[in-house]
Design a protein around this ligand. Structure first.
Ligand code: PLP
Length: 372
């Protein structure tokens, strides 16, 4: 055990940080421009570049991913109930609740942990206004089925694509589905702007509303408060980080893939023995290797591993435990047994750029020992 203990803590993630000189150069530009927030020149440049990079029709930036989700809900004038998944980060549900809406939880599928479309239709009532699925761990939901259900029942769809930066389905950008999709550019995500978020959408008419709502409802042309808004604007320091990180993100994803595949290789024996199950990308998807998750067979095995890893200086994360419908903060239906069983047994392992394949070999060795 001694020689398996890491000298420095191995956390679940590390932020993508570009060479500091590059950031300093952009900081100089901000000082020269004398413009630090409110849709400045760097945000505009970032917007054009990212639109081209992702190949999406429209993209608007926000101060963070969660604020983007809240603004998306306001812009679509959602009312009543929103059908969503309990297996996600706290943000998804809270964006719904903070807008005075009620989340209604559909259970997830066992293979990819995403909302199961077969559970959605039963939950639709005359109060339902939208579906808010999450592309959990960057694997796309069953978009075909979800869009059909939405069309049949005249519902809006907002995808929480916080984990899915640069993911493509059959070559199409993940941001091209639904009414709106949201990216988070938080420090822990594949691509960061320190904090930051974006909404992608096809309907050009939404731009005016989104730009107003994120700035206290003040319209960009005649400066009237035509909407009830919030303050959710991106600033130039975030945009600068985005512009620079965009130069590095493809390389970052390529490196993540190498680490992901090393984990797969090193855990294959444990998988063959049925002791762990690794989440794999769907076959028609260009994946971003945002997370490496393993599912154990029981809560106790997961708990044991989660508590033992720190003794080796390795820190896994319980993404996502418990499911959102079990948070003590609010009391909603808990009728989602699959989400609960996944939540009880899943762990995310460390995955970041400067994690070496030797580190991965060691982490897997530790897991093997602890699951004996
Ligand atoms: C990170 C995350 C968010 C929130 O994004 P922030 O940029 O941190 O506000 C929302 N949903 C999911 C699924 C996330 O993982």
């Amino acid at each position: 055990m001694k020689d398996l203990k890491f000298k420095e803590p191995i956390l679940v993630t590390r932020p993508l940080l570009p060479p500091i000189e590059k950031y300093e150069k952009r900081l100089k530009e901000i000082w020269d421009n004398n413009w630090i927030t409110n849709y400045g020149p760097l945000e505009r440049e970032f917007q054009e570049k990212l639109k081209g990079f992702l190949n999406v029709k429209n993209i608007e930036f926000f101060v963070n991913g969660h604020a983007s989700l809240e603004v998306a809900i306001k812009a679509l004038d959602l009312k009543g109930e929103v059908i969503t998944t309990p297996f996600t980060f706290a943000s998804t549900s809270q964006a719904i609740i903070n807008n005075g809406l009620t989340p209604v939880y559909a259970d997830v599928d066992e293979e990819y942990y995403n909302i199961d479309p077969d559970n959605i239709e039963d939950l639709i009532t005359d109060k339902t206004s939208a579906i808010m699925p999450v592309h959990v761990f960057g694997n796309p939901c069953d978009i075909d089925k979800i869009e059909k259900i939405a069309k049949r029942n005249d519902l809006k769809v907002i995808y929480d694509a916080a984990h899915a930066f640069n993911v493509r389905i059959d070559g199409n950008p993940i941001g091209s589905y639904g009414d709106i999709s949201m990216f988070s550019f938080h420090a822990t995500k594949v691509f960061n702007t320190i904090e930051g978020g974006a909404l992608m959408y096809d309907d050009d008419d939404l731009t005016y509303k989104l730009r107003s709502i994120k700035n206290f409802g003040i319209t960009p042309d005649n400066e009237e408060v035509q909407f009830l808004g919030v303050n959710a604007k991106m600033n130039e320091f975030e945009a600068a980080m985005g512009l620079i990180n965009l130069e590095y993100v493809e390389n970052a994803i390529a490196k993540r893939k190498i680490i992901y595949e090393k984990y797969l290789e090193c855990l294959s024996d444990l998988e063959d023995q049925g002791k762990v199950k690794v989440l794999r990308p769907k076959s028609n998807v260009d994946y971003n290797y945002a997370y490496f998750t393993i599912k154990l067979n029981t809560f106790d095995e997961k708990d044991h591993l989660f508590n033992k890893l720190p003794e080796y200086n390795v820190y896994a994360k319980r993404y996502f435990y418990p499911p959102c419908n079990e948070f003590p903060a609010y009391d909603f239906e808990k009728n989602t047994p699959i989400a609960k069983s996944i939540s009880d047994t899943i762990l995310s392992l460390p995955l970041y750029l400067d994690l070496t394949v030797e580190d991965v070999e060691k982490i897997c060795k530790i897991i093997e020992i602890e699951l004996k």
